[in-house]
Design a protein around this ligand. Structure first.
Ligand code: NAP
Length: 249
């Protein structure tokens, strides 16, 4: 039904090698977009890019650390030159380093903020420089409901994801006059490597907080990304879309 809604568009997906990002790469390619996959490990990025190429689009795999602004600038420039532009950026790369506040190390706080928040800023700024010139573009930042409602043991992660939401709204207001849209998605609990190690007790406790009574699938997030990337959401900017089984309502 939504086949080809992104025909001939060019997208960058950070953290596209696994989990949610991998599902996003597949969904964008299925919708007709050329896709550049970014991850720290090139082999993972390459596997995702090769799979997405099966949908008949051009793909690229690029190794980078999103927390490094030079990497963001290099990747946006390379993709723009080699794939012929940039229409969609999905800031999805993220990490957790959980720990109770009283024992949280400076290093764990700083690294999570560097990857999740500064990494999002680095790619947002680099992509916006290209998009404002052609007066179009859609940027989707993957936050978390933890950035809205908090979570014990995740002060670093919650701060980074709350920051992503504030960053999204400020950038949306700044870029709207140039027709560049910026939105966020706030996933709840999604079955990926990130949630694979949850203790059974924690998983059960989480399920009681989810009205739909199940963890989400990466495809649930990918569907929302395709909607926000395409012209079907042309009048939506600065929005935070919860995809969480009703958890944060
Ligand atoms: P995941 O399975 O752990 O995958 C993380 C991805 O990010 C991998 O592709 C990884 O690539 C990449 N990555 C990590 N650090 C990076 C860095 N410094 N530079 C570039 N790439 C980096 O995670 P996920 O569960 O799919 O989560 C994806 C996003 O959704 C994250 O932002 C996460 O916070 C958010 N989220 C997830 C959930 C959930 O329940 N899973 C809920 C809410 C929000 P490498 O393997 O090469 O390092």
């Amino acid at each position: 039904m939504r086949l080809n809604v992104l025909q001939e568009k060019v997208s960058i997906v950070t953290g596209g090698s696994r989990g949610i990002g991998r599902a996003v790469v597949e969904a964008l390619a299925r919708a007709g977009s050329h896709v550049a996959v970014v991850a720290t490990r090139e082999d993972g990025a390459r596997a995702a890019a090769e799979s997405a190429a099966g949908h008949g689009v051009k793909t690229m795999a690029l190794a980078a650390d999103v927390s490094d602004p030079a990497d963001a600038d290099r990747i946006v420039q390379t993709v723009t030159e080699e794939l012929g532009g940039l229409d969609v950026l999905v800031n999805n790369a993220g990490i957790t380093r959980d720990g109770l506040l009283l024992r949280m190390s400076d290093e764990d706080f700083d690294r999570v903020v560097a990857v999740n928040l500064k990494g999002t800023f680095n790619f947002l700024r680099a992509a916006a420089r290209v998009m404002v010139k052609k007066r179009s573009g859609s940027i989707i930042n993957v936050s978390s409901i933890v950035g809205l409602i908090g979570n014990p043991g995740q002060t670093n992660y919650a701060a980074s994801k709350g920051g992503v939401i504030a960053l999204t709204k400020a950038a949306a207001k700044e870029l709207a006059s140039r027709k560049v849209r910026v939105n966020a998605i706030a996933p709840g609990f999604i079955n990926t490597d990130m949630t694979a190690d949850l203790a059974e007790g924690t998983r059960e406790a989480a399920l009681t907080m989810i009205p739909l009574r199940e963890f989400g699938h990466p495809d649930h997030i990918a569907e929302a990304v395709v909607f926000l990337a395409s012209s079907r959401s042309a009048y939506i900017t600065g929005h935070v879309l919860n995809v969480d089984g009703g958890m944060a309502m």
